[in-house]
Design a protein around this ligand. Structure first.
Ligand SMILES: Cc1ncc(COP(=O)(O)O)c(C=O)c1O
Length: 391
């Protein structure tokens, strides 16, 4: 089967994990801080915290903002549910902003208009979570400008975009945001099996997130509120959970990070082939502006035809041919859980239109030329037949 994305594991990765298996520490040994330091160096943030998934990371990041119950947090509906769930799990009030028709990321125009309206109603958000869909970053400078005016914090859900750049800086540098969260699930740019990382330049957020990751516990004497009773002593100072990454995962992460530039180069090469070979078909690709680069976690095609059946037909045809295309995403507000919270169909028309017409086709470093050509041939044949029927 040709999947829409998958991990690339070589002997070096296996050796790195085996070495940890033969060591004294499977969890909380030297590998996790080593991995954190390497991610920190790669992205350019001041602090970095490895966690057991990006879903955990988003929850931990949201909690670190220390907002009040029912404070409003906005995000996009065109994402995986974890982007929104972290808001609800923290008891904040959620709302969505629609996406842009050409980047499929948050629409900065819609955001601006929604903020103006919200200010009049005294309902501005205290935080905004943006998603860099497929690896394409949202413009951080415009976001920061709006956040300065309307006083909201920014969390970047960078689950798709380690290695992507904006204005010459890496996503995760946190120059224009408060916190950035990466995912290392196997379909992502690099993998730790399950896993994620949180980057920030804010020491207070970092210390709060460190507590939340570890059941609210600190073992750092300088932070103790009560008397240190001896070497066995530790304190629980807030409410948390076990969101820790382990040393096996971190060893894999270190090894994978060594190949990240190669992975991104390969993914970009494949994306360029698709863009060239599919350019005469009725398809749209994500528009990448000149100050941005994408690490291409996904290659998404959007069908430019207003015909409800055509999307399903193409999706089914691909799957029948063992090409495991996928939809990124079903809009979050249309899931039954979010419908129960009051969101309705047509609330975010750009996201819904995008979702009805899009699919992610295979892109990963080990995708062979033959398999890439198979994907291209099926797409060409499908639209040729469609045109013949139409005429
Ligand atoms: C945009 C986005 N955010 C968050 C997540 C959650 O990541 P994880 O699987 O590491 O929990 C995903 C997962 O695919 C995602 O695509």
């Amino acid at each position: 089967m040709i999947t829409y994305s998958k991990q690339t594991i070589i002997k070096k990765d296996i050796d790195a994990v085996s070495k940890v298996l033969r060591s004294n520490f499977l969890t909380q040994g030297p590998k996790v801080p080593q991995f954190e330091n390497k991610v920190k160096k790669f992205t350019g943030s001041k602090y970095c915290l490895a966690v057991n998934s990006a879903s955990s990371g988003l929850y931990v990041a949201c909690k670190a903002l220390n907002l009040k119950k029912k404070d409003i947090v906005w995000t996009v509906t065109n994402s995986f549910v974890a982007t929104a769930n972290c808001i609800v799990l923290n008891n904040y009030k959620i709302d969505f902003v629609d996406i842009d028709k050409s980047t499929w990321n948050i629409s900065l125009e819609n955001l601006k208009n929604k903020l103006i309206k919200a200010k009049k109603q005294k309902k501005t958000p205290k935080a905004l979570i943006v998603v860099h869909l497929a690896g394409l970053p949202v413009d951080p400078i415009e976001l920061k400008r709006l956040s300065n005016i309307y006083k909201f914090k920014i969390i970047e859900d960078a689950a798709h975009s380690i290695g992507s750049t904006y204005y010459g800086k890496k996503v995760g540098c946190c120059k224009w945001s408060d916190i950035t969260v990466f995912s290392f699930h196997p379909v992502k740019i690099i993998t730790t099996a399950e896993g994620g990382c949180i980057a920030t330049n804010n020491k207070i957020f970092f210390e709060r997130m460190k507590l939340t990751r570890n059941n609210g516990i600190t073992r750092e004497k300088k932070f103790y509120k009560n008397k240190n009773l001896g070497d066995w002593y530790y304190e629980q100072q807030s409410l948390g959970f076990n969101f820790r990454m382990n040393d096996l995962q971190a060893a894999l992460g270190i090894s994978q990070l060594g190949k990240i530039n190669y992975f991104i180069k390969k993914r970009n090469k494949i994306a360029n082939v698709y863009k060239k070979k599919l350019k005469n078909l009725p398809l749209t690709f994500q528009k990448i502006g000149k100050n941005f680069s994408s690490s291409y976690h996904l290659f998404i095609i959007k069908i430019n035809i207003d015909d409800k059946l055509i999307h399903k037909r193409l999706f089914d045809l691909m799957r029948r041919n063992n090409i495991f295309v996928n939809l990124h995403y079903l809009p979050i507000h249309l899931h039954p859980y979010y419908q129960k919270l009051g969101f309705r169909k047509n609330d975010f028309p750009n996201s819904e239109d995008y979702s009805n017409k899009s699919m992610s086709i295979p892109i990963y470093p080990s995708l062979s030329k033959k398999n890439m050509q198979k994907v291209i041939n099926i797409l060409k044949k499908f639209f040729k037949k469609f045109n013949e029927k139409k005429n």
